[in-house]
Design a protein around this ligand. Structure first.
Ligand code: ADP
Ligand code: MG
Length: 478
């Protein structure tokens, strides 16, 4: 183990050498793909006063690292730079330096998992009391109302959440129950209530828990004979936020405990905020008395976002990441990733990651590749009929000619193009495609496909017109 003489900054070469030892460790721990994606692009920028600054390609890159690889990274750095080392990130091409927040968390949140040596806390950045409240509340400070894009699909839920955040416990919206499908922003909105209330000094004590955590805490308390401690923890708050209450289903004892917690808080005029994947009355396996209480206040739904909202979300998120995405790339993703905002974000992150790591331009082609790995049914919803109409319109011929026997040159080309696009954009078999073109057999389709492919390789204008046509169909065809 090489512990650097921290009082004298080592030469560049030495810094690189130690960093390479860290990388060697990390390589043993994470898989090859993750290593290439998330660690190879890092470089040690400087080592000064017991603080290592790592250069990362972008803000999102840093967030990803912190979220997913903090422990691995920290362990390697401690081994080779010494246990008392501090860690910061510098974003390439920007002046910004970000202290690693997880460095601070380690001491308070993970005492048993990753004990820091006693010398370490002195190096940790001081946290304001506001940050401390957020941590104690178990809130993620990223989930704010400002970061939440408004749209028709979430208008009602957002307005209700804002009303509750302005006046916790003081409205008739108690409990506030938000429900909707996965990845639509429930967790974001219910945490935004907590973050807002703390930031604006509405209340001091907030607790956010996923319902599974409530359950395990409860079981744990029983096993360790610490039920009163458990009750104090959950009943001593101004706002209790419980996420995904559908997971309480079938857990009768936990439901009992939650019932009492609920009653006590409600009587004291404390705010209760819940989320669920269904409206309360449709929740199965939940005690009637709980369900009826959930309906005392306000129940608001979040619907899947419409196209405009999806575009707005992508625009905002890419701006936050400091990238300027072409409108057509944004529209492509927004029209193909429809049901879920988490997937929308996932797409954007993969797109940025692939572009930065493979050094590719961000364009519709790359977006298509990424979307196809994320949305499995991206190919299926376009119909062969739709493609035929689009191609016929493009070549300005009646669409039934594509199915006819005619061998006129312009019809033959249009037919081949339509077959090619049918193969590329739908999951139909060669045989099915042939049937849609006046009962031609599969070898005709293969021939058409190859002809178009060959032509695209040698004829630039043809290739460009194909790309445009394809894009148009992908954008409008589902
Ligand atoms: P759920 O809890 O409903 O499964 P989340 O709240 O975890 O969904 O949302 C998934 C991701 O999408 C989160 O990263 C969240 O920040 C983001 N998100 C959801 N809705 C919006 C929105 N309206 N504006 C911006 N980001 C959103
Ligand atoms: Mg959630």
């Amino acid at each position: 183990m090489a512990v650097v003489e921290l009082s004298s900054p080592p030469a560049r070469a030495q810094l690189e050498a130690i960093w390479n030892q860290c990388l060697a460790d990390i390589r043993q721990t994470v898989n090859a793909q993750s290593y290439r994606t998330w660690f190879e692009p890092l470089s040690p920028a400087k080592l000064e006063e017991s603080e290592l600054t790592l250069q990362v390609p972008s803000q999102f890159f840093y967030e990803w690292l912190e979220e997913h690889y903090f422990k691995v990274l920290r362990a390697a750095i401690e081994t080779h730079f010494g246990p008392a080392i501090g860690l910061k990130y510098a974003i390439a091409d920007e002046e910004q330096i970000i202290p690693s927040p997880s460095t601070a968390e380690t001491a308070t949140l993970l005492p048993s998992a990753a004990p820091l040596p006693s010398s370490a806390p002195a190096l940790l950045p001081k946290r304001s009391s506001f940050e401390l409240l957020i941590r104690e509340a178990n809130l993620n400070p990223r989930y704010t109302f400002e970061n939440f894009i408004k749209g028709e699909s979430n208008q009602y839920a957002r307005a209700a959440a804002q009303a509750v955040a302005n006046n916790p416990g003081g409205t008739s919206f108690n409990p506030l129950v938000l429900y909707g499908g996965v990845g639509l922003g429930k967790t974001h909105l219910i945490q935004a209530i907590g973050n807002f209330a703390l930031l604006h000094g509405k209340v001091q004590r907030i607790l956010y828990v996923p319902s599974e955590k409530f359950t395990t805490d409860f079981i744990d308390a029983i096993q360790r004979d610490r039920v009163s401690e458990f009750s104090n923890r959950y009943r001593n708050v101004d706002i209790l936020i419980v996420d995904d209450i559908q997971f309480l289903s079938g857990k009768e004892k936990t439901q009992d405990s939650f019932f009492h917690t609920f009653n006590e808080l409600h009587q004291l005029g404390k705010q209760i905020v819940l989320s669920s994947d269904k409206p309360p009355k449709e929740l199965k396996g939940l005690a009637e008395r709980l369900i009826s209480r959930f309906q005392w206040g306000l129940t608001a739904d979040i619907q899947p976002p419409d196209l405009e909202t999806r575009i707005a979300i992508l625009q905002k998120k890419s701006e936050d990441d400091g990238v300027d995405l072409a409108q057509e790339v944004i529209e492509y993703i927004a029209s193909n990733v429809k049901t879920n905002i988490r997937e929308l974000e996932g797409c954007l992150i993969s797109l940025l990651a692939r572009a930065s790591i493979e050094n590719k331009p961000i364009n519709v082609d790359l977006a298509r590749e990424v979307v196809q790995t994320i949305v499995t049914d991206v190919r299926s919803p376009i119909s062969i009929e739709f493609i035929q109409r689009a191609v016929a319109t493009y070549y300005d011929i009646p669409d039934d000619l594509l199915k006819a026997k005619t061998r006129k040159q312009e019809v033959v080309i249009a037919r081949q193009v339509a077959m090619y696009l049918a193969k590329e954009l739908t999951s139909a078999s060669l045989k099915t495609i042939g049937l849609h073109f006046g009962g031609r057999d599969h070898s005709t389709v293969i021939h058409a496909y190859q002809t178009v492919e060959d032509e695209m390789r040698i004829d630039d204008p043809f290739r460009n017109s194909m790309t445009q046509l394809r894009r148009k169909i992908e954008l409008t065809g589902r």
